[in-house]
Design a protein. Structure first.
Length: 165
């Protein structure tokens, strides 16, 4: 994967790059901020993205590809992925609340999809059943629902996939 990719969106001067361990504190802070809207949809439920430690994030960074979106040097988004069998597992697509709706999430998703290794046959991701904006984005990008699992009363995870092209 190229170290830097420019993708079209309405945010000016945005660039997407590979994230490094030194970015972990900023990614974790943005993750906690971005997931507040998810926490509001599922009150009383444990949201793993909100309780992840810096050590856990650094461990993930050693096992996954992490991308970051920057506008004028400011971290505004991130996404991660790894290969599990034939599936390119995409996770924690986050965008700063003040930059949402500008195409940054779509640009990050497109870029992480392009980073899938040759042996990947499907892009796979999941979100909560009440996360309508996420579901709309993924379905607009060609993802199809293939499973739904109840985690606890009031929280189902919806799994989506699409073929790697």
């Amino acid at each position: 994967m190229a170290n830097t990719a420019k993708v079209s969106c309405t945010a000016t001067n945005m660039k997407i790059e590979t994230a490094h361990n030194s970015d972990a504190p900023a990614i974790l802070a943005l993750q906690r901020l971005a997931y507040q809207s998810e926490a509001a949809l599922y009150p009383g439920h444990q949201i793993p993205a909100l309780s992840q430690s810096l050590e856990e994030l650094l461990e993930e960074m050693g096992q996954m590809i992490f991308l970051k979106a920057l506008i004028e040097g400011e971290l505004v988004g991130s996404v991660r992925a790894k290969l599990e069998g034939p599936d390119w597992q995409i996770g924690r697509l986050i965008v700063s609340p003040k930059f949402q709706g500008q195409g940054i999430g779509t640009a990050l998703l497109t870029t992480i999809e392009m980073a899938a290794p040759e042996q990947a046959t499907h892009h796979v991701l999941f979100t909560g059943h009440l996360s309508h904006r996420n579901l709309e984005l993924y379905e607009r990008r060609g993802y199809q629902r293939f499973d739904q699992k109840t985690v606890t009363l009031g929280l189902d995870l919806v799994f989506l996939k699409k073929e790697v092209k």
